[in-house]
Design a protein around this ligand. Structure first.
Ligand code: CA
Length: 233
């Protein structure tokens, strides 16, 4: 169920759309003027706004610009004209979609669901992880150490990323096998050892003189920045 704010000055249309959208499971708040609409966006924080472009107190495009300056709420514009120029203008002003009057409640509801689905799929860019001089960018699948790019194979990158997410903690070989290799534990655990030693070489360190990658015998592996890692911690 979505919180929908309907801004429409035609009271008969406002009533019938409110009822229709409520029947389709939305929680509808409505306003008859742009100013009331803007106030409700601030006070009610709707999931989506259905905005009539022809409002008495403020041009709908102007309202759209004011709204966009304050909020990223998805907006579907209702336009009576539906000409190419009008549609381009409202989309450029920040509308997510539009409906041309007269439209059915069914069509509006379908567009509301489509816009909300699209918004929900928008994934935030995964966070760049920093561990001491290591910088791991999951979106670019690249890693640098003290500014120099590390030439990692895909599994080395996945393992480094997994360890960086859990920086400072010991991660078991079992976890690495299941999470990085999607393999059950047993038999293939040498795979982890081999990749740890490859990764260690690429980080320019040795098991004996570990800086970032520490093997905890019988337990697993820990990634930590050199100054965060003490022998008794
Ligand atoms: Ca109107």
């Amino acid at each position: 169920m979505a919180q929908v704010l309907l801004v429409e000055d035609d009271s008969a249309l406002r009533t019938s759309l409110s009822r229709g959208l409520s029947e389709r499971g939305h929680a509808v708040t409505s306003a008859g003027t742009a100013m009331d609409g803007l106030n409700l966006i601030v006070s009610c924080k709707p999931d989506l706004v259905v905005l009539d472009i022809g409002l008495p107190d403020l041009d709908g495009r102007e309202m759209l610009r004011m709204l966009r300056a304050a909020s990223r709420v998805p907006v579907i514009v209702g336009t009576a004209r539906g000409g190419e120029d009008e549609i381009v203008t409202v989309l450029d002003a920040g509308a997510d979609d539009y409906v041309v009057k007269p439209f059915s409640v069914g069509q509006l509801d379908a567009r509301i669901r489509a816009v909300l689905r699209r918004g929900g799929e928008e994934q935030p860019r995964p966070e760049v992880l920093v561990v001491g001089g290591l910088r791991i960018d999951p979106a670019a699948r690249s890693a640098t150490l003290d500014g120099s790019r590390l030439d990692l194979n895909p599994k080395e990158f996945d393992m480094l990323h997994h360890l960086a997410v859990r920086a400072g903690q010991v991660v078991s070989k079992r976890e690495l096998l299941t999470e990085v290799w999607q393999l059950p534990y047993g038999g293939a655990d040498k795979t982890v050892d081999v990749h740890v030693s490859w990764l260690r070489r690429k980080l320019g360190e040795t098991a004996r003189e570990a800086r970032y990658l520490h093997t905890v015998r019988g337990v697993g592996v820990r990634l930590a920045a050199p100054d965060e890692f003490g022998a008794d911690r």
